[in-house]
Design a protein around this ligand. Sequence first.
Ligand code: COI
Length: 348
Amino acid sequence: MNIIKTSNSSLESVDFSNLLFGTVFSDHMLSCNFIDGKWQKPEILPYGPISFNPGLQVLHYGQSVFEGMKAFKNKDNEVLLFRKEENFKRLNKSAIRLSIPEIPEDIFMQGLNDLISLDQNWCKLGKDYSLYIRPFIFASSECIKASSSNEFKFMIITSPTSTYYNQDLNLFVEEKYTRAVKGGVGFAKAAGNYAASFYPTKIANSKGFQQVIWTDSSKHQFIEECGTMNVWFRIEDKLITPSISDTILSGITRDSIITLARESGIEVEEKDISILELLDAYKNDKLIEVFGTGTAVAVSPVKSITYRNHKMSFCDISDSFAVILKEKLQSIQRGEVMDKYGWTSKVI
Ligand code: COI
């Protein structure tokens, strides 16, 4: 791997006690081009501007996919990556749907390892700290014909992070706008999925909600996701989360939480769940807690859900599944307990 190291690290200038998610970037980035029908040799460069012309295809047609993953420091000062194989597989699944050539495994894995190894001091030890890793691929031909690009760029950038949401999560059930439709790209981490969510989210924000609950596109009756997270409902002592479909992102945190809940003796059901079922459970005092999961947030409790003129509020409880499962997840991610599922791997 060709590595050009920065001569001007910004590490010392970062206030790690006050990190705003996604705003601080580590010293280096990985870059790899797809040209002449194949992925070329990747290289690691100082983090910084990349130059392109205004005809860059991704700017016009949004042909771009990304991943979100995290690295953690253990107490021996080693860096642990969490379930990197799953991110690799999902990136290529998204790429196929967006007509982007798949990344070879060695480019992804070697690139990831070498980049994180070089910037390992950006990954801090301590509760809530992690290094958020953003692999992404975009159409890089200079061409505005509405067709798949001939050239692409794969990059990995990293960003030190602590908590994602530092305020309560009050959700609004969205019945007009839709995140994903059957046969569409909702299951993929396509950049455009997020762009399309910003306007409905902005409207919800203006009404005092932090995020929306996305519902199915045909009748807006069934719950799909919330914000950028998979969503979970504890009805009595059972955990329910919407089943994976082509409109729901197959969250790696979601999958991990299913495993950890089941090993803790919590019953988990993946099924289509309607707003009316939820409301009914709430009215009968059976809806105990709600939370979202995702790489960036880990596990994030929900304070309230508003559906039309009904507000469902949730208070902190002592045996919260969200708290128990977050703790279990994070202790594996930080290498504090035995990793019996082989989810973590050391950066070398
Ligand atoms: C993640 O959890 O990695 C996400 O996809 C959220 C991100 C859009 C900030």
